[in-house]
Write a protein that binds this ligand. Structure first.
Ligand code: MN
Length: 738
């Protein structure tokens, strides 16, 4: 496979000597190469070439980016940890901790399998990449490695080509863009374009080719015109025509829905000069001759892009009405524009390369770039500090990226634990987890994970399930809800036999009373159960099965609400003792409620042993009405079951009797006598004469012990002379005295 034009390492060293003069550095670079050569000996790439060819090319691309010697050495050694047997100690001893860190970072990123991430989010993958890299030099080496792999992608299967090209476009290209490495970015984009959409790629390439001569003529004419113009002004300049790369032509056509001919800045010219001031001067001269297109002037010198890109951009109408995009910049700006961060460090302290400063400067840049790395080209951000803080949090504080031993990357919120990791992998892994190792060491399950940790979960078939105190330290809501639902399921399993038992209890009670199941609709049963604070049929069976609800009470209630008078009579409540005297000062027990505020309704005045229902009022507890009360007629669904119970306090119940009688002397005295003879307390008496009928209506408010007591009073009252009727307040129909 060798040919005479093949790049050799000697060529690479020559390139390096163009900008690195320190002989010690050159020697270290050559030594690294010799070592890599030995280590990769006998290894071949898919293309059939010896592996070292890849290394030579990576080193060469790095040299064209003018990176420092440490970065070149790391590039030369970038596959040594992954592909050979060398140990960490050996490596550090030979090349130092710094280079080890870079190469180790490159290896780690290489093991990321972006394809395996659960949700496909390119933006997320970029963050993972950055967070894992942790050193700008790692990213540079990795980008260069990827560039060479893309250049040699034709040796891979078509499926692999597509996958790698997509990953490159989604993850690597945006990073190169943000680092301002445009040359590399453009080449990556065109290679991705070729492998992802071969047909379209060649279509555009052909269109560019067809127009080349014509375009070249226009561009040459413009270059000549500009050169004449600038020469008159005694200014330093170089002018180039420049062609757009295919990917960006395609993107522009698609995005703006333009035909090939309509793409404005296809005719592009770049003017390079010495100083910033000269850039503005040149711009002025150009605008004095050629009409600028409004809104297209961009001053990235005064306001550099976040990737440090600086240049003046203008668009002018040239000879024959052709439109030209012109970029004006200094040599230094041009190099930064093409090579981005990789080249920038050289200009920090004059043009003299200082090897000792490399590390420091790169470190400084690193901070800078960590901050800006995820930034779009948004120039409008006014509060940079706030934005940086936000970005910093977003990038480094909101997520940790950890790996499974198979290299699967999982992103988790900060402070996540191995249990969060386990549940993210699979619910069963979480439920059966008994231990965890992080980077090979056994750790407590509550350990907080860090980016880059390799996490392995130990599971056991004997595990009876998650521990409920995991809830106190897990961070992800997924883990929380899965632990909870495990317990719910467990509870369900325990409930099942009780529910079955409850069903049988219900069936038997219905059979005993010879009631058809179909006598009640499910809806009726459910609304009745609401009265017992039971919201589902299942809970009802559970309550029956666990003896916490009396089947008789439910059935009585159900029958009552279905208003079968015979059934109501058949189902007389049994008096029981109140459990909680304080909540039952009237001797009323409300189903399902222990300490509820209970009031007796002031419309129907229920007394003990009346048929009653509870009516839940907003904020005022439960009001007890007589079942016959008109006020609850329309509200059956809101009623809850309650019943009378024995209490030690012997409460008295207010009742109002409405008495109609002929007007005669001593009537009131006779009424009062009935009340006192029956040992009831008179609370109030009002009498009103109806002049038209000459009758008297008296309202008598009394205290009674219970319904029996009240009924005795009413019966005796009816014996009073001249009485027409006596009814309780709240009764629907007045019954005439017999
Ligand atoms: Mn490689």
């Amino acid at each position: 496979m060798s040919n005479t034009l093949e790049l050799t390492f000697a060529d690479v060293v020559e390139h390096i000597r163009n900008y690195i003069n320190n002989e010690e550095d050159i020697i270290r670079i050559v030594e690294a190469y010799d070592f890599a050569f030995k280590m990769h000996e006998g290894q071949f790439r898919k293309s059939g070439e010896p592996y070292i060819v890849h290394i030579i090319h990576v080193a060469n691309i790095l040299a064209t980016l003018n990176v420092g010697p440490q970065t070149i050495i790391a590039g030369i050694l970038h596959d040594v940890i992954e592909d050979t047997e060398i140990t960490e100690e050996e490596f550090i001893e030979k090349f130092g901790k710094d280079i080890f860190t870079i190469v180790n970072g490159v290896t780690k990123i290489g093991n990321l399998n972006f394809d395996n991430l659960e949700e496909y989010q390119a933006e997320n993958h970029r963050k993972i990449f950055i967070a894992m890299a942790n050193d700008i030099r790692v990213i540079i080496v990795k980008l260069v490695d990827r560039l060479h792999n893309m250049r040699t992608l034709k040796h891979m299967s078509e499926e692999k080509q597509k996958r790698i090209a997509k990953e490159t476009l989604d993850v690597y290209v945006p990073i190169a863009h943000r680092l301002g490495m445009f040359e590399l970015k453009n080449e990556l984009e065109d290679l991705c374009f070729l492998y992802l959409d071969r047909e379209r790629y060649f279509e555009i390439a052909k269109m560019v080719e067809v127009r080349r001569t014509e375009r070249d003529n226009y561009v040459n004419q413009m270059i000549e015109d500009l050169s004449n113009l600038l020469s008159k002004h005694n200014i330093n300049f170089k002018i180039f025509g420049r062609s757009k790369h295919l990917y960006s032509i395609n993107r522009k056509m698609k995005k703006k829905n333009l035909a090939f001919d309509e793409i404005l800045d296809l005719l592009a010219i770049r003017v390079i000069t010495k100083t910033e001031l000269e850039c503005y001067e040149i711009l002025g001269y150009i605008h004095s001759i050629f009409t600028p297109v409004p809104g297209r002037l961009k001053d990235y010198i005064a306001m550099p892009k976040f990737n440090l890109y600086q240049s003046l951009h203008t668009t002018v109408i040239g000879p024959n009405g052709n439109i030209f995009e012109i970029q004006i910049r200094t040599e230094k700006m041009d190099e930064v524009a093409e090579k981005g961060v990789a080249a920038h460090w050289r200009y920090k302290e004059g043009s003299e390369y200082n090897p000792r400063a490399e590390q420091e400067e790169i470190e400084e840049k690193l901070h800078w770039f960590r901050d800006i790395i995820n930034l779009t080209d948004n120039q409008e951000i006014s509060d940079a500090t706030e934005f940086m803080q936000h970005l910093q949090d977003d990038l480094f504080n909101t997520s940790v990226y950890v790996m499974s031993p198979q290299g699967r990357v999982i992103d988790l919120p900060v402070d996540s634990t191995p249990i969060d990791f386990a549940y993210r992998i699979h619910t069963d892994i979480g439920n059966k987890a008994v231990g965890a190792t992080v980077n090979g060491n056994l750790v407590p399950l509550s350990t907080k994970l860090k980016t880059g940790d390799v996490v392995q979960i130990k599971t056991s078939k004997q595990s009876t399930g998650p521990n409920d105190d995991w809830l106190s330290f897990v961070k992800t809501s997924a883990a929380k809800s899965r632990i909870r639902s495990f317990y719910k399921k467990l509870e369900r399993e325990e409930r099942e036999p009780i529910i079955d038992k409850g069903k049988i209890v219900w069936q038997k009670e219905l059979e005993k009373r010879e009631i058809e199941q179909s006598a009640f609709t499910t809806k009726k049963l459910q609304s009745t159960l609401l009265g017992f604070n039971i919201s589902s049929i299942e809970d009802f069976y559970y309550a029956l099965g666990s003896n916490s609800l009396s089947v008789t009470r439910v059935l009585e209630r159900l029958v009552k609400l279905n208003k079968t008078p015979e059934e109501i009579r058949a189902a007389k409540p049994v008096l029981r003792r109140a459990k909680d005297v304080s909540s039952s000062k009237y001797g009323v027990e409300v189903a399902g409620l222990d300490s509820m505020m209970i009031n007796l309704a002031q419309c129907c005045y229920p007394v003990k042993n009346d048929d009653i229902s509870g009516y839940v009022t907003k904020g005022a507890g439960v009001t007890i009405h007589r079942d016959s009360c008109v006020n609850i007629e329309q509200e059956r669904e809101r009623l809850i079951f309650c019943e009378w119970v024995e209490v030690d306090t012997n409460p008295k119940y207010e009742s109002i009797l409405i008495i109609e009688a002929n007007d005669r002397s001593n009537l009131v005295a006779d009424i009062i006598q009935v009340i006192s003879q029956n040992k009831a307390n008179l609370l109030e008496i009002n009498s009103r004469l109806q002049t038209d009928t000459m009758s008297v209506t008296s309202k008598v408010k009394i205290n009674v012990n219970d319904l029996q007591h009240l009924n005795n009073i009413i019966a005796n009252m009816r014996k009073v002379d001249g009485l027409h009727s006596v009814v309780r307040q709240g009764d629907r129909h007045k019954s005439a005295v017999k």
